[in-house]
Design a protein around this ligand. Structure first.
Ligand SMILES: Cc1cc2nc3c(=O)[nH]c(=O)nc-3n(C[C@H](O)[C@H](O)[C@H](O)COP(=O)(O)OP(=O)(O)OC[C@H]3O[C@@H](n4cnc5c(N)ncnc54)[C@H](O)[C@@H]3O)c2cc1C
Ligand code: SF4
Length: 325
């Protein structure tokens, strides 16, 4: 690891004043420090923002505001979150370990880098780590890679669980830019597909600092589920995951949310399947049809065709679980 300077700041403006292309904000450090140890990230200065931004979860009228420094465990165990957004809690608790979740911040979770093994192996080409060097996964080991939304630049998947529930619930992310302007980004637009800039994971402007995540109250707190399929039942990233939530009127589906991790470069919403289910009865037959619709255009790579039936099963399981809360 290269030597670096360490600055602790007490406000977002102070953090922004220090930030440059050669520095990184650090929160829990559970991802960034690993990247520094492997010389993938080589900041000259770390700016500790843990005391610069809120770490609380606040209930303001009909919106819940999650401070960007609220730890993953704090969010998952918060009473308001458990009461109004239990899907968020359930998704977070499938991730990492209690120790990591205690350190990991909400902002850091959104900005964690992919787990593509080539990204972490500096001896191999990787467009995400070294722009325009190539992608080792496309023709190589791609068992964990994307089945949707990828291109020949990058086939990596977004690794977070928290983010899958946030995209399902139409959260927003608020940040302050280098010009000290507050911006709010709908969660569905926060992360990006690889396009011609696979080294960028999201649409956050350079040097901006995330301050909070907002989620508006909704009717998805009764019938919800998060299914995560992985190589072992704890301490592993998703092969595929499904966040599902139903707003039911008896057996009729008023509204539905369906999103997945382990599928694409960004948290993935299944909008066509949602449209199909709206107004229909909550039956297994309809859930199976929705899963088929969701997966009909997916394009597996050489080693990950198994993800398609796995995903169909996970969608049906998650939707059925919604009825058993
Ligand atoms: C062994 C292991 C297993 C894991 N398993 C899972 C899992 O199953 N599911 C899952 O979802 N996650 C998992 N994680 C990832 C973990 O959740 C993330 O590492 C964590 O959420 C990152 O948060 P942090 O505060 O430690 O971020 P840091 O490591 O401190 O920072 C991460 C990035 O965020 C940036 N950053 C931090 N705060 C801000 C801010 N306010 N504004 C702008 N930029 C900011 C940093 O500059 C850095 O680029 C795992 C991690 C490990 C190490
Ligand atoms: S899939 Fe993306 S992260 Fe993985 S090797 Fe290719 S460019 Fe790098």
């Amino acid at each position: 690891m290269r030597p670096f300077n360490f600055e602790k700041v007490n406000s977002a403006p102070e953090a922004l004043a220090l930030k440059s292309a050669k520095s990184n904000y650090i929160a829990g450090g559970t991802n960034l420090v690993d990247l520094m140890k492997k010389n993938i990230a080589q900041p000259e200065t770390l700016i500790d923002v843990t005391t610069a931004i809120s770490n609380t979860v606040e209930n303001k009228n009909t919106v819940i505001t999650i401070g960007a420094m609220a730890s993953n465990n704090k969010v998952a165990t918060d009473k308001t979150i458990l009461n109004k957004f239990p899907l968020i809690s359930k998704s977070i608790l499938t991730g990492a370990s209690p120790q990591i979740r205690n350190m990991a911040s909400s902002a850091g979770n959104l900005l964690q880098r992919t787990r593509c093994p080539y990204f972490y192996d500096i001896t191999t080409p990787c467009n995400k780590r070294t722009p325009n060097s190539g992608c080792s996964a496309i023709e190589g080991g791609n068992r964990m890679s994307a089945i949707a939304g990828y291109n020949d630049q990058c086939v990596a998947v977004h690794p977070s669980d928290f983010c899958i529930s946030l995209v399902a619930l139409d959260a927003t992310v608020t940040a302050v830019t280098a010009e000290q302007k507050e911006i709010t980004i709908p969660f569905k637009d926060f992360h990006k597909l690889p396009d011609s800039t696979p080294w960028l994971d999201n649409n956050l402007p350079a040097n901006a600092i995330i301050t909070k995540i907002d989620v508006a109250e909704n009717k998805f707190n009764k019938n919800f589920s998060y299914v995560k399929v992985r190589d072992r039942s704890s301490y592993a990233f998703a092969l595929v995951s499904v966040a599902a939530a139903l707003d039911l009127d008896g057996k009729r589906i008023n509204d539905v949310r369906l999103a997945s991790g382990g599928v694409a470069h960004k948290p993935w919403r299944w909008y066509d399947a949602e449209e199909f289910l709206k107004g229909k009865r909550a039956t297994e037959d309809n859930f199976v049809e929705a899963a088929k619709l969701a997966t009909k255009d997916l394009k597996p790579l050489s080693e990950n065709a198994y993800k398609i039936p796995m995903l169909q099963g996970a969608i049906v399981t998650a939707l059925k679980d919604c009825l058993n809360q």
